[in-house]
Ligand binder design. Structure first.
Ligand code: ZN
Length: 466
């Protein structure tokens, strides 16, 4: 554990500097192309909250970083919920009176309402209508519909096609099974120097929906792989789970790990062309909320910060009052706000390679802040120490207003009284975190700063002082 203040800066230049190099050396073009190819490969697989499609998808992601699958049996109680039966689809077709196939699971898996019970029969159009789902306001798109916890069956189709259906006898053939099986959770765990955890969660249960689902999954896997190659202080846990029931099951079964979560992020819808949106944790001012705000402000990209709301994705579970974990959520297009959301319009073409890679970059920068957010003490606090003598100041650099590095040196000296973290310094100074961290490392190298603790240790001290 990292509770005790570390001695004078021995680890400086370790994890955060390695992460900085990893960010700087990212080949965004190659990474974007690789992740987009993965999205295209995963797209046609028939995933749901249980079943072989989910397991197969997780195994494919395991090529980037080994993934551990946990299988939870049907009927297991998890918090206020119960693990549902496992759903298997062998095929599903709706055929019109003239023999035309109106909807076919093999052509597009969105055509079948997820968790449809098996059904075979001949129905009139009037009898069929209550089982059909379409979108009058987006008549060319097939919607995504589910019936997870209600026994029902149905087909989804484009509204323009539905309007063309003629009276007559329709054939329904839904060859599915709901059986006692398991629900699968995928985890990638990267042990760090401490047991304190950073949790990254992405839902993995949607069928052919590229942005809302696959983008978060591939970005999470790419982050896990990137972290595997650099030293880090925190233990990182990537959860690839069915939405709602998956995060609830994980929380129910992992109380010890839950207690170790210091920062968390839900990734969803991170591949489309919208700017990044960060929704704060329920706490609103958690370290991750401040770190992400700083990263986005420093990025120079258009972005938006949103207050917490108990809607969206699995942050609803992580931030529920009984857990209240510091978990924020990162998206580009927000759930329910773009026309392709939860429809056949959410194809790999909606996802841009450079947006996937750009999201990876911002998340690594976020980790860089969390990893490097130490607390320092100025060893020469009476008056400014003489910087020129130590090579920290060149006469031409004064006045400092245009020299970010010198500003960072002065701010780090000014605020390093043992109670401010480097994130505090960067916020007060209006500087990007790597600039401040770099200044602190140079000052520590010159013996002018001494690391007295990580952000966590500082927080504990502050809370203890109240
Ligand atoms: Zn969704």
């Amino acid at each position: 554990m990292n509770g005790a203040p570390s001695p004078s800066g021995p680890r400086l230049g370790g994890g955060p500097a390695a992460l900085r190099r990893a960010v700087e050396q990212l080949d965004l073009e190659a990474l974007g192309a690789e992740l987009h190819a993965l999205v295209r490969e995963l797209y046609p697989i028939g995933r749901s909250i249980t079943g072989e499609g989910l397991r197969r998808s997780l195994r494919i992601l395991g090529r980037l970083e080994p993934v551990r699958l946990e299988e939870i049996p049907t009927g297991t109680r998890v918090l206020d919920w119960e693990i549902p039966p496992e759903w298997t689809v062998r095929g599903a077709r709706l055929t019109a009176p003239d023999g035309e196939v109106i909807a076919d699971y093999d052509r597009l898996n969105l055509h079948l309402v997820a968790y449809s019970v098996p059904f075979r029969g001949r129905l009139s159009l009037d009898e069929l209508q209550p089982h059909l789902h379409s979108l009058p306001d987006r008549p060319s798109l097939v919607p995504y519909r589910t019936s997870f916890y209600v026994e029902d069956w149905g087909f989804c189709l484009a509204h323009e096609q539905r309007l063309r259906l003629r009276p007559g006898t329709y054939q329904v053939a839904i060859d599915t099974a709901l059986t006692a099986g398991t629900l699968t959770l995928g985890e990638m765990i990267l042990p760090g120097e401490t047991a304190d955890e950073v949790l990254v969660s992405a839902h993995a249960c949607h069928p052919s929906l590229a942005n809302d689902n696959l983008s978060g999954m591939v970005v999470a896997a790419a982050l896990a792989r990137a972290l595997a190659g650099v030293p880090h202080r925190y233990t990182y846990r990537f959860l690839l789970v069915p939405t709602t029931i998956g995060s609830i099951a994980w929380l129910a079964r992992n109380p010890a790990a839950t207690a170790r979560v210091r920062h968390g992020l839900v990734l969803a819808g991170v591949g489309d062309r919208e700017p990044l949106h960060y929704k704060r944790s329920r706490r609103g001012d958690a370290e991750i909320d401040r770190a992400m705000a700083l990263v986005l402000a420093s990025s120079g990209e258009r972005h938006e910060l949103l207050p917490f709301s108990p809607t969206g994705y699995d942050e609803r579970q992580y931030c529920s009052p009984g857990f209240d974990l510091p978990v924020g959520s990162l998206s580009r297009g927000l759930a329910g706000t773009y026309p392709e959301y939860h429809t056949s319009g959410d194809t790999p073409e909606l996802v841009a390679p450079e947006r996937l890679a750009g999201t990876v970059r911002r998340c690594l920068e976020l980790f860089e802040v969390l990893e490097g957010n130490g607390t320092f003490e100025n060893t020469s606090p009476r008056g400014e120490p003489m910087l020129g003598r130590r090579g920290l100041f060149s006469p031409g650099a004064w006045p400092s207003h245009s020299d970010r590095d010198l500003q960072a040196v002065l701010w780090a000296l000014s605020l390093s009284d043992g109670s401010h973290t480097l994130l505090d310094v960067a916020e007060r100074a209006g500087l990007a975190f790597p600039v401040v961290r770099g200044a602190a490392e140079r000052l520590a190298g010159a013996g002018l700063l001494r690391e007295v603790g990580t952000a966590r240790a500082t927080l504990v001290r502050r809370e203890g002082a109240r």
